[in-house]
Design a protein around this ligand. Structure first.
Ligand SMILES: [Fe+2]
Ligand SMILES: [Fe+2]
Length: 268
């Protein structure tokens, strides 16, 4: 894997290019109920990025100039992913209505998680290693999810849109992964980071969307031989990070929480 060129990234960062996307053609192709449900989940999580940023700004992440510059551009790009998915859903006849609770209105569990993250960052100077590892895992699982959705949906306009979004997600992943790789090269740091990932990692959107929606989406995207293979490939990439050779991520999460089909009707 090449070196991440932060200056090149900053120079080319920008709003998602949706020029030439054939929005008028969206209703000309069938969109399954599963695709709509998955897109709703993804749109909501993309729109939630600014709340994650709020939590991160209370940590040491902003003390590192490269990380601070990256985060400013990262949140900007993520915001346009949410808008693009919202536009697709509207074009497909499923407009995104107002959220039951505003993104900025945190649940007590989210508030507590943000405070715990800030406290850990204050107590542990190497906190950024966990943040970068977490980011790498989440960007990689997100872009893997988008690729699976494009393959399952078989909708030409959606495929083009998701292809453009995954190009952004790939760059995000690359930044986080390179940062994580460097910071985890110290075994003591890697040990703590691994402990925290083992204990607390769950797919993006956990705690933001209802569990039944998370289970539905995960089962829909990652069930079957191809879905499992995609999950394993993502996990294998993270296993190449120092100290993470035996980590169980998406596949073990699927085994524990999302196995057994994609009807999404299980209770929380
Ligand atoms: Fe995104
Ligand atoms: Fe991203």
């Amino acid at each position: 894997m090449a070196v991440f060129d932060i200056d090149a990234y900053l120079a080319r960062t920008g709003a998602l290019d949706v020029s030439g996307i054939a929005w008028a053609d969206v209703p000309k192709h069938p969109v399954s109920a599963e695709t709509i449900r998955t897109l709703r989940y993804m749109q909501d999580i993309e729109s939630h990025t600014i709340v994650y940023l709020r939590s991160l700004l209370a940590t040491r992440a902003i003390d590192d100039p490269d990380v601070a510059r990256f985060l400013a551009c990262w949140v900007y790009e993520e915001s346009f992913h949410g808008l693009a998915l919202e536009r697709f859903l509207a074009a497909a006849g499923h407009p995104v209505g107002p959220r039951a609770s505003p993104h900025g209105q945190e649940k007590p569990s989210q508030w507590l998680e943000a405070r715990a993250t800030a406290l850990l960052s204050r107590m542990w100077p190497e906190f950024c290693a966990v943040h970068m590892t977490w980011g790498a895992i989440n960007e990689l699982t997100t872009l893997t999810g988008y690729r699976r959705l494009a393959a399952l949906a078989g909708h030409p306009v959606l495929s083009e849109l998701l292809e453009r979004i995954t190009r952004d997600e790939s760059r995000h992943f690359f930044f986080y992964y390179r940062q994580a790789e460097r910071r985890l090269s110290r075994p003591a740091v890697a040990r703590v980071a691994r402990l925290l990932v083992d204990r607390f990692w769950a797919p993006v959107g956990s705690g933001v969307q209802p569990k039944r929606e998370l289970r539905f989406m995960a089962s829909y995207l990652f069930s079957g031989a191809r879905g499992r293979a995609a999950a394993r490939k993502a996990d294998d990439t993270i296993r190449r990070l120092p100290g993470f050779a035996t980590v169980g991520l998406l596949e073990s999460w699927l085994d524990r929480f999302a196995d057994g089909g994609c009807n999404g009707d299980r209770s929380d």
